[in-house]
Design a protein around this ligand. Structure first.
Ligand SMILES: [Zn+2]
Length: 293
C-alpha cells in the first residue's frame, strides 16, 4: 500500500458524542479510535510503507492528527503500545552509571514479574539505522539462558553486548568494550555471571579440555577457581567460583586496558558486577571489587 493509498484510506469522519471520530479504511471497513494506535503502529512497522521525504511530512501530519483524535477514554497503556517505547541513547554525559543501573534493575524486575514493556521494534530499527548510542555495555556469558536484552527488559540500541563463554575478558572482549566507551559514549559496564555456568563448571573440574580453544577459556577462569578454593569446597565451590570469576573479569578489564582504566579513573565508566539467577530471573549485584568511589 503506497502512502497515497494510505492517506486516502485514513479518512476520519466525525459522527457525534464523545466518541465522535471514526476511521474509515480503503476497503470500506471502519474502526473506532481505540483501535487507531494499533492500526497506526501496524502501518508504521511495514518497511514498504515508509514514505519518501515529502511524503514523510504528510505521513507525520496524518499520524499526529489521528493520535490527537484518540479520545481521552483510551488508556495510557494503549497509547504507550502505539508509540516508540523511548528514545534509545540518553545523553551519556547527563546520566550517571548508577542511575542507568537503577533503570536496568527496573527492567530486570519487569522481566522477573513477566510484565515486560511492549516493543515497536521495526519502527525503532529504522530510527537506529542512523546510528547507535548504547548507554550500557554488558559483558556476559554466551549461555543461551542469559540474553541481556531480555533479562534487563531493554530495547534495540540500549545495550552493547559482549558475550563469551564464562564472561571472560580477553583481548577481543577488551577491544569491544574500548570501542563502546571511546566511540559510542557508553558509561556503564556490567559484568554479568550466572548460576550453573558451564564454562566455570569445566574450570572447577580441573580436567584438561579436548581442544586448545576450549582450554583457552578455562585458563582464563582458573585464577577465579583457585581463589574460590581458598574458602569454598564441595557443592559450594561452583557458586563461589562463579562470583570470583565475575570479579576476575572486572579486574581484567581495568588491568589490561589503559583506555578503560583511564575512563574508570576519570569517572566516565562505572563498572558493576552482578550474577543472574536462572530460576528466579533475578540479577543480583555483587560487592564491587574495582570501584573505589
Ligand atoms: Zn556460562
Amino acid at each position: 500500500m503506497s502512502l497515497v493509498v494510505m492517506e486516502r484510506a485514513l479518512r476520519v469522519a466525525c459522527i457525534s458524542g464523545t466518541l465522535n471520530v471514526r476511521i474509515f479504511l480503503a476497503d470500506g471497513k471502519s474502526m473506532w479510535p481505540k483501535d487507531a494506535p494499533q492500526m497506526i503502529a501496524g502501518i508504521g512497522i511495514r518497511p514498504k510503507l515508509l514514505p519518501e521525504k515529502e511524503d514523510m511530512k504528510r505521513f507525520l501530519l496524518i499520524l499526529l492528527f489521528l493520535l490527537s483524535a484518540v479520545p481521552s477514554g483510551l488508556t495510557q497503556e494503549h497509547a504507550a503500545a502505539a508509540l516508540p517505547i523511548r528514545s534509545s541513547g540518553a545523553d551519556p554525559g547527563t546520566v550517571s552509571g548508577e542511575n542507568t543501573w537503577a533503570d536496568m534493575m527496573e527492567g530486570n524486575q519487569r522481566f522477573v514479574s513477566g510484565r515486560t514493556k511492549p516493543r515497536e521494534l521495526v519502527q525503532l530499527r529504522h530510527t537506529l539505522a542512523q546510528g547507535q548510542h548504547p548507554r550500557v555495555i554488558v559483558l556476559t556469558c554466551s549461555d543461551s539462558r542469559v540474553p541481556p536484552e531480555l533479562v534487563f527488559d531493554q530495547n534495540l540500541g540500549d545495550l552493547f553486548v559482549i558475550r563469551a563463554a564464562g564472561n571472560v575478558a580477553d583481548a577481543v572482549e577488551l577491544g569491544s568494550i574500548e570501542y563502546a566507551v571511546e566511540h559510542l559514549g557508553s558509561t556503564l559496564l556490567v559484568v554479568l555471571g550466572h548460576e550453573k555456568c558451564g564454562a566455570v563448571t569445566a574450570a572447577c573440574s580441573g580436567e584438561k579440555m579436548p581442544t586448545a580453544n576450549l582450554q583457552a577459556i578455562v585458563d582464563k577462569i582458573d585464577p577465579a577457581v583457585a581463589q574460590a578454593k581458598t574458602y569454598a569446597k564441595g557443592d559450594g565451590l561452583l557458586d563461589a567460583a562463579i562470583l570470583e570469576n565475575v570479579h576476575q573479569s572486572a579486574r581484567d578489564v581495568l588491568a589490561n586496558s589503559e583506555v578503560l582504566r583511564h575512563a574508570h579513573e576519570q569517572g566516565k565508566l562505572v563498572v558493576i558486577e552482578a550474577v543472574y539467577k536462572l530460576h528466579a530471573g533475578e540479577v543480583v549485584r555483587l560487592p564491587s571489587s574495582v570501584n573505589s568511589r
